[in-house]
Design a protein around this ligand. Structure first.
Ligand SMILES: Cc1ncc(COP(=O)(O)O)c(C=O)c1O
Length: 483
């Protein structure tokens, strides 16, 4: 099932609406879960006073000194956070041993669950040999071998890998590579990017400039660069037609077209028909600009294929990966490029060098590189993509069953993502926060994007646990809609 409706409603990236004050505190918890209520219901906690005191002390410390993302000081001081002290497989475990099923893979990153034994071993083995070394004039086995292995599984034609730290920097690097390429290959007017409405590419200023989810970044407007963006539309067809028109209109100014292939994640789990990417590839070729695929969310199997681009059999010119790249174990990212682009950084005709003017302290960090290699080994040896197919069918069937339920809008699924909208409230909607609390009460960690409730569990979640998640997802929706 694919959902191809596009609206321009805003959505909250990583949690319930900040403005939904009423939902700051958990509503009365009903404890009607599939699990034993005592295993997760805060009202049935039976905490020892020692544990309670320790938990309260941690929360107090956090409130006093931690500055959390996307959270106002008032909310930080009033909301009751989970205090997660360990995790295993798809489960998060709080200070008191209560377990929560991680239905969103910890901000979409822990694609192989938590503390996969092979990843723990890869990390500790690497640590025993080499912790960190700068990339200036040095390579090391983990990073050289990782680059070789990554290009083997990447869409054909992507042969060069620049390593960085997280999704935002992977995108930042891609746009700097594209920009620098045109500056030094006699096309200096090519300085602008096309990005989609409802796009999200990260929080650094370059990535934020590309974002269509304006609620996050409008305050930084004066610091952001201008982007060519299609107007809000009601169908993907209209979006693509508009991009084709804009690309032709601005052909001489275009450094690239940036897109989240197959699913726009933070913009509200908006799923695209495969034709969208194919047409973007075609128009990028027509005007000779770069297609930049941000696979930070969609890569490594999230959409059912290794890359979101594979849904359309498209090779982009630049591809950004993070999150699932290290299965969330270490912060690390990569930007992949074609030979054509790399060759644009070779010495100029006058002999002057044209190195990429970008680098981080932790470019190609040995610990991350060792983990990322092991992730690929797990994909090869534990048939992760085959396992995704089975689980994706369960998710799609369950979401199809939600279609038509009163109050449920746009039930949709692709690969390891299922989503519904619980209203048109978008960023400020009240149903999302209710859904979050209802899920939590059932031992499920499922942070909605505004009023879009979604699940994207680890790819190797057990089938019984996946069923538990799906049933709890539906129950939480019912409770959220009941008001
Ligand atoms: C498509 C996409 N690009 C980039 C990012 C930014 O990644 P990070 O938060 O690791 O910087 C995200 C994060 O959710 C994302 O979904």
């Amino acid at each position: 099932m694919a959902w191809n409706e596009v609206t321009d409603e805003p959505a909250l990236r990583h949690g319930p609406a900040e403005g939904a004050r009423a939902a700051r505190r958990a509503p009365p918890l009903r404890c009607q879960s599939l699990l034993s209520p005592a295993s997760f219901c805060p009202h049935a906690r039976g905490m020892t006073s020692d544990k309670e005191a320790r938990r309260d002390a941690l929360i107090a410390l956090s409130r006093r000194h931690v500055w959390p993302p996307y959270t106002s000081p008032e909310r930080h001081e009033e909301q009751e956070p989970l205090v997660i002290s360990s995790a295993e497989g798809p489960w998060l475990v709080d200070e008191n041993g209560r377990r929560y099923l991680d239905g969103i893979s910890s901000w979409w990153a822990c694609t192989l669950g938590h503390r996969h034994p092979r990843l723990v071993r890869a990390l500790t083995d690497q640590l025993a040999r080499l912790d960190h070394v700068g990339a200036g004039g040095i390579t090391h086995p983990a990073v050289a071998q990782l680059a070789g292995e990554l290009v083997k599984v990447a869409p054909a034609g992507l042969t060069r890998v620049h390593f960085s730290d997280d999704g935002s920097t992977a995108v930042e690097v891609a746009i700097k590579i594209a920009f620098q390429y045109w500056q030094q290959t006699q096309r200096p007017t090519r300085r602008r990017f096309i990005a989609l409405s409802a796009a999200y590419h990260g929080d650094t200023l370059g990535a934020a400039s590309l974002a269509g989810v304006t609620e996050f970044f409008s305050i930084f407007g004066p610091l952001l660069f201008e982007v060519v963006r299609p107007a809000a539309a009601t169908s993907w067809d209209e979006v693509v037609e508009e991009i084709e028109r804009l690309a032709r209109l601005h052909a001489d100014e275009l450094a690239g077209i940036v897109v989240e292939p197959a699913i726009q994640g933070a913009g509200g789990m908006r799923m695209q028909p495969p034709e969208v990417l194919r047409r973007l590839r075609a128009v990028a070729d027509e005007v000779d600009t770069f297609l930049i695929a941000d696979e930070v969310f969609t890569g490594y199997g999230r959409t059912g294929t290794m890359w979101g681009c594979d849904q359309s059999q498209v090779t982009p010119d630049l591809l950004c990966t993070a999150k699932g790249f290290t299965a969330g174990v270490t912060p690390m990212a990569a930007t992949l490029a074609t030979d054509r682009i790399y060759d644009g950084f070779r010495a100029a005709p006058d002999g002057s060098t044209r190195a990429l003017m970008h680098g981080h302290t932790f470019c190609g960090h040995p610990l991350g590189a060792a983990v990322a290699r092991e992730v690929l080994a797990i994909y090869r040896e534990e048939s992760i993509l085959d396992g995704i197919r089975v689980r994706a069918e369960l998710i799609a069937a369950h979401l199809a069953g939600l279609q038509g339920r009163p109050g449920v809008r746009r039930a949709r699924a692709l690969g390891m993502v299922g989503a519904v909208d619980l209203g048109e409230g978008g960023y400020g909607g009240a149903a999302g926060p209710r859904f979050y609390q209802a899920a939590l009460a059932r031992g499920l960690y499922l942070r909605p994007l505004g009023d879009s409730a979604y699940l994207c569990p680890p790819f190797n979640i057990g089938l019984a646990e996946l069923r538990l998640l799906l049933e709890g997802f539906s129950e939480a929706i019912d409770e959220a809609l009941a008001g």
